[in-house]
Design a protein around this ligand. Structure first.
Ligand SMILES: [Zn+2]
Ligand SMILES: [Zn+2]
Length: 239
């Protein structure tokens, strides 16, 4: 595993040396050490005005969104620096469904450059894919985002703390209630694993938060005192 990581980093370094930076969205020259031009990078929607608890994008700043006032999510804090909208959605779908790892690297670099929470966790965990999905895709999109972020923040990373017990239907087509049902009981903590008192669980995109919430419940049931939910981008609530 470590050997593969060394090779991967060597290839990334070589790639940078040989090929000039090029904007993945418009083809112009890349800027600021990233495969995006300054104009396209500036268009990526930041999630500045959002619910303090679940990071739901809000038109006007509010402490809590309506949903959190009724029923707060199980995590203690959320960090989702971007909104899932144009043109970030295009990069994300190329990364997640089109095997475009350059788009993933750009997204990861963008995330590393956002101001991080003051109260960092002692360990970062990633939402696992079921082995059948991992075989099909070839990589876990959450883990590839988490690796450089954990390194940058100096936080330990564990990708194998949680296991996905069964393949779940893709959440994309499902409404909020079905999403919760779809992931209920889908995760378990790997036996014998010891976790610190404060961890964060990371996914690529948070939509209703059903997947992250289910992971948080498993972690809290196993005795972790504080669990934060991190995602690159937060989608607006599906109807
Ligand atoms: Zn561009
Ligand atoms: Zn909320």
């Amino acid at each position: 595993m470590a050997y593969k990581e060394v090779l991967r980093q060597a290839w990334c370094g070589l790639h940078r040396f040989v090929l000039p930076l090029r904007c993945l969205l418009c083809g112009a020259a890349g800027a600021n050490g990233i495969d995006l031009c300054a104009d396209c990078a500036a268009e990526l929607p930041r999630n500045h005005s959002c619910c303090a608890r679940c990071a739901l994008p809000l038109a006007t700043p509010a402490v809590l969104c309506g949903e959190c006032q009724r029923h707060a999510p199980p995590w203690d804090a959320a960090w989702t620096p971007f909104r899932y909208g144009w043109p970030l959605d295009r990069l994300e779908s190329r990364y997640k469904f089109g095997h475009d790892l350059a788009a993933g690297r750009a997204l990861s670099t963008l995330w590393q450059r956002e101001p991080c929470p003051l109260d960092l966790p002692s360990m970062l965990l990633t939402v696992p894919l079921h082995r059948s999905r991992l075989r099909q895709r070839g990589y876990n999109q959450a883990l590839e985002l988490a690796r450089p972020l954990a390194r940058e923040l100096g936080v330990a990373l564990r990708h194998d703390a949680l296991r996905r017990l069964r393949p779940t239907e893709a959440q994309t087509e499902l409404g909020a209630v079905d999403r919760r049902r779809n992931v209920r009981g889908a995760f378990a903590l790997r036996p014998g694993i010891v976790l610190p008192a404060h961890v964060a669980i990371l996914d690529d995109v948070m939509t209703t938060g059903a997947t992250l919430a289910e992971c948080v419940r498993v972690l809290k049931r196993s005795g972790v005192a504080r669990v934060d939910a991190w995602a690159l981008a937060r989608a607006p609530q599906p109807r």
